[in-house]
Design a protein around this ligand. Sequence first.
Ligand SMILES: [Zn+2]
Ligand SMILES: [Zn+2]
Ligand SMILES: [Zn+2]
Length: 321
Amino acid sequence: MHFGWAKDLTIICLLIYLAKLGLLRFCFEVHIGHVGHEIRTCTGEKSGFRSATHIWRKGSVQDVVFFPKCYHLYDRAVKPRVGHDEKHDIPRIPAILELCIQAGVDLEKYPTKRRTKPVYNIEGRIVDFESVKEMNEVKTGLSTRSSDNFVKSDFGIELEGTSKSSFLRKLSNTLDQQYEVDTEVRQLSIQTLDSWLEMVSGAKKIMEKYMVQTCGYCPEVQVGPKGHKVRMCRASKHQSRNGLHAWQEAMIDDLVGPNYVWHVRDLEAPPLDNKLKRYYGKVPAVVELCVQAGAPIPDQYRSMMRLDVVCPDSDEVDLVA
Ligand SMILES: [Zn+2]
Ligand SMILES: [Zn+2]
Ligand SMILES: [Zn+2]
């Protein structure tokens, strides 16, 4: 089987095909490309009846990246743990946005208390040397505080479904819009990938100073020195924890939901072959999307893509196995 049309079609059709992410109906596997892969890793409903072959449908921007939410803390030093009874009163926002807020970004909608003096914990009692300030004071006058340059406003977060910041906007454009000029698509994919890399490296740097917690059993995250106390964990052994999450230190992937996908080296080749899966690499879906749309492969992803591995043809695999 050969997909000879791919390069011969106009960029519009090519981009449409590239953008049609396959997303399985019964599990969460994502694939970037004009056809789904044939790697048998489906664990979804009734996958046993189809030898773990995935069933594909068109995906959307949420399948490429997602930003898990956490509680917004007004005062991370004195009140870092949201209690179970407060669960409906405290807003949940994308954890990466909460990370930026705690590290210095001021948003009027999500005020947070900034301190110039430290808080001490003396024999279990919190001693706050800062006089109690009004909420209004906290909101204003502190926007010059963010000394670190990477804490700007360009972290790709969709706020309340209305205003999209540049990263998500670029990503949506890469997915949805039909461009007539080859170079324009390529340019867009380069910008999108740049934004992603900047966001990830920035978030990593912030996480060296500002802790993020994640549950060891489920994807729940919380930015702050400790996890929350809301009893909502449904993952294994939650009965023994009375529904509390089992908090541990989070990694960057807990915050940016990268959705690792198989890397397709040759867009013109037949679908990825189950027999050859040990030769394939995986990368975050957004990286794969941008690379397929023309962005150069970032150095840090080359080994994950297994570009150093020579992949045999499908009919040769029995010989090398
Ligand atoms: Zn072809
Ligand atoms: Zn599946
Ligand atoms: Zn949990």
